[in-house]
Design a protein around this ligand. Structure first.
Ligand code: A3P
Length: 290
């Protein structure tokens, strides 16, 4: 029965699983045909790597710290996922520049228009053991995802890329090998945890929106985990319970680096590391968690 369930909850798009409920064939086609603008900003992530956090930071940077930029629309409409059904009711072509979008697509899944126009990309990465940990909790509360099963089973699925949006390894390697890297800013969740003000400063530079230090400070304060948790437009409290059952685990769950130490057994962590070592051996990028 679990295979049956998997078939109905996910569909295969360009070789990776996408949750079928959120990604109807028409929405994927609309994305394929989407007209990008050169000054669009695309937040790209593997799920559970800090998407929601960046959906708070970028609008604040672009608006030079205007709180209305994160208090008016729910974050999924404020920075829509281009692959999802919802995006196409939002009349994105009428939004003023710079428009801010998100996607979980791998580099080689991006539509033709993206490669032609080359909008700016902010690619957020996170220690995959923490991505696993965050995912394990999330898959347990999201009705549109295949139930994770036991931790051991989910670990194997995660390492094999048999989860939504496929393999973490392929996602990160694909985006690190992207062409036109001067249009891509790479940043990690861990850098944001260690120094949020510095991260906001770098994001503002990348977006050519130099900001005064008081504004940077204000944005960083606003985007602290404890403060974002209070923002009803960002904390997913508006998501229906049948979609996300946050009585079990909140969307803004812990917001720390290294929670894998509380989740993985030492055997599981060792196994994870051995797979990581082999799979990432040719990657030159210096990750902060290595
Ligand atoms: P945890 O489950 O480890 O707490 P995404 O938005 O890509 O789905 O990622 C969700 C993860 O980012 C969750 O991790 C969530 O708590 C964390 N997160 C969201 N906002 C954050 C913030 N302001 N500071 C730190 N972590 C944040």
């Amino acid at each position: 029965t679990s295979t049956k369930k998997k078939k109905s909850l996910y569909s295969l798009y360009k070789g990776v699983y996408v949750p079928s409920n959120l990604h109807h064939p028409q929405s994927l086609q609309n994305y394929e045909d989407f007209t990008f603008r050169r000054d669009d900003v695309i937040i790209v992530t593997y799920p559970k790597s800090g998407t929601t956090w960046m959906k708070e930071i970028v609008p604040l940077v672009v608006s030079r710290g205007d709180p209305a930029s994160v208090e008016t629309l729910q974050n999924w409409d404020r920075v829509p996922w281009l692959e999802e059904n919802r995006a196409w009711d939002l009349e994105l072509e009428n939004r003023p520049s710079p428009r801010i979008f998100a996607t979980h697509f791998h580099y080689n899944m991006m539509p033709q228009g993206f490669f032609k126009v080359k909008p700016k990309v902010i690619y957020v990465m996170r220690n995959p053991k923490d991505v696993f940990t965050s995912s394990f909790h999330y898959y347990g509360i999201a009705s549109f995802l295949v139930h994770p099963g036991s931790q051991g089973e989910f670990l194997q699925k995660f390492l094999d890329g048999k989860v939504m949006f496929g393999s973490w390894f392929d996602h990160v390697k694909g985006w690190l090998n992207a062409e036109d890297k001067e249009r891509i800013m790479y940043i990690s969740y861990e850098e944001m945890i260690m120094d949020l003000k510095d991260s906001v400063t770098r994001i503002a530079q990348f977006l050519e929106k130099p900001l005064e230090s008081e504004v940077i400070e204000k944005i960083a304060e606003c985007c602290l985990f404890k403060n974002m948790k209070q923002n009803k437009m960002s904390n997913y409290s508006a998501a229906p319970r049948e979609f996300l059952d946050q009585r079990k685990s909140e969307f803004l769950r812990k917001g720390i680096a290294g929670d894998w130490k509380n989740q993985l057994t030492s055997d599981e962590a060792e196994y994870f590391d051995s797979v990581y070592k082999v799979t990432m051996k040719d990657v030159m990028y210096k990750f902060i968690w290595d």
